[in-house]
Design a protein around this ligand. Structure first.
Ligand code: PMP
Length: 343
C-alpha cells in the first residue's frame, strides 16, 4: 500500500482539516510576554500545555530512534484508538475489524460513530485463523483492523504479524500496550515498509503511569499529520508531559519495576499450578493471566467477598477470569483465597 492509497482511505472532510497549533507553538519566540490565551499570570500550571508536545516527542524520538514527525501523543492510547476510527471510518457506513476476543475499547469507540464491528473469531489457542482472515476480508470489507499483540484478555502475542499487515487492504493498528512484558520485538521496525501501519504503545502498563494518561502512536508522517488534525489541541496536560519526559530521562525505575513484575509473574504462575479449582492457565506474554476455572462464577464471587477484584471474562470466554500480576502481598492474598476454595 502506498501513501496515496492511504489518503483514499481517509474520510473526505478530514482531509480538509489542518492541525490546530496554538499561536505560541507556531511562533516560538524567545521569552515572550504571553497575553494571547486568556490565562492567569499566576500559578505553577497557569499556562496551557504545549499543543505539539514537541519536547516529549523529541525525547521519545531519541529513545525509540524514530523521527518526531512519526509520533503522535494521546490522552492514553484509548484516545488514539478513537482518533484513528474517526479519521478513517465514515459514521454509519464503514466498519472496523477486530480479533474476537480482544480489547473492548475498539468496539466502544466504533459504536459511538455507529461503525460496524467485524469480529475474527480466534481458534482455541487464541490465534487468528489465516483462512478466516482472508475469507472475512474478502466478504466483509472494513477500513481498520485492530491487532492486539500481546492480546488483551488472552495474553498471547500474534504470530506472523507481517502476513496480516501485508494482506489487509486498509489501516492496520497493532496495539502493543503490553509489549514490554513480552520480551519480544515490537512491530516498530515494520513502519518503514508499511505506510498503512499504526503502532500503539502506552505508558499505562509497564511504565506504571496509568494515572498520567499518555499513549503513543507511531506511523507514517501522513497518518501522524491526520491524527494531529483531529486531536484536541491540549489533549495531554503539562504535568503528564513533564512526568513522562522525566521517566524517559532516567529509566532505572521502569527497568526495576518491569523486572519485579516479571519475577512476580513467574512466582504467581508457579503458585497457580496444580490448583484444584483451576482447569487451565493460558500462556501469556503480558502482565496478566487468563485462567479457566472449574466454576468461574463461584471463584469470582469468592474473591470479591475477600475484597479481591478480578476481571470477569464470562460468558464470552466460558469459565475464564483475567487476573493481573500484583505485588507479592496482593498475589499472596489471591493465592490464599484460591487455595481455600472448595467447589
Ligand atoms: N490497549 C490495550 C490492549 C489495553 O489493554 C489498554 C488498557 N487496558 C489500552 C489500550 C488503553 O491504555 P491507555 O491507558 O493508554 O489508554
Amino acid at each position: 500500500m502506498t501513501t496515496s492509497t492511504i489518503n483514499a482511505l481517509v474520510r473526505k472532510n478530514i482531509l480538509q482539516l489542518q492541525p490546530y497549533i496554538s499561536y505560541r507553538d507556531q511562533l516560538p519566540l524567545e521569552d515572550p510576554v504571553l497575553l494571547d490565551a486568556n490565562e492567569s499570570p499566576f500559578g505553577a500550571y497557569n499556562r496551557y500545555p504545549d499543543s505539539t508536545q514537541s519536547k516529549l516527542k523529541n525525547k521519545l524520538s531519541e529513545y525509540k530512534n524514530i523521527g518526531p514527525q512519526c509520533i503522535a501523543i494521546g490522552n492514553g492510547s484509548d484516545e488514539l484508538i478513537d482518533l484513528v476510527i474517526k479519521i478513517f471510518c465514515e459514521p454509519k457506513k464503514d466498519a472496523i475489524m477486530i480479533m474476537n476476543p480482544s480489547f473492548a475499547m475498539y468496539g466502544f469507540y466504533a459504536a459511538i460513530n455507529e461503525n460496524k464491528v467485524i469480529g475474527l473469531n480466534l481458534n482455541d489457542r487464541f490465534e487468528i485463523k489465516k483462512e478466516d482472515f482472508i475469507e472475512t476480508t474478502k466478504n466483509n470489507p472494513s477500513k481498520v483492523f485492530f491487532i492486539c499483540s500481546p492480546n488483551n484478555p488472552t495474553g498471547n502475542s500474534v504470530d506472523d504479524l507481517e502476513f496480516f499487515i501485508r494482506n489487509y487492504n486498509g489501516i492496520v493498528v497493532v496495539d502493543e500496550a503490553y509489549i514490554e512484558f513480552s520480551g519480544k520485538d515490537s512491530a516498530l521496525s515494520l513502519l518503514e515498509k508499511y505506510p498503512n501501519l499504526i503502532i500503539l504503545q502506552t505508558f499505562s502498563k509497564a511504565w506504571g503511569m496509568a494515572g498520567a494518561r499518555v499513549g503513543v502512536a507511531y506511523a507514517s508522517e501522513e497518518i501522524i499529520t491526520l491524527i494531529n488534525s483531529v486531536k484536541a489541541p491540549y489533549n495531554v496536560n503539562s504535568i503528564s508531559q513533564e512526568l513522562i519526559i522525566e521517566m524517559l530521562d532516567d529509566n532505572t525505575l521502569f527497568n526495576e519495576n518491569l523486572k519485579n513484575i516479571l519475577a512476580e509473574k513467574q512466582w504467581l504462575e508457579k503458585s497457580l499450578r496444580d490448583m484444584d479449582c483451576i482447569d487451565k492457565v493460558f500462556p501469556t506474554d503480558a502482565n496478566f493471566f487468563l485462567i479457566r476455572f472449574n466454576n468461574a462464577e463461584i471463584i469470582y464471587q469468592a474473591l470479591l467477598n475477600e475484597n479481591i477484584l478480578t476481571s470477569k471474562r464470562m460468558p464470552q470466554i466460558p469459565q475464564c477470569i483475567r487476573i493481573n500480576v500484583g505485588s507479592r502481598d496482593e498475589n499472596q492474598k489471591l493465592i490464599n483465597v484460591l487455595k481455600n476454595i472448595r467447589l
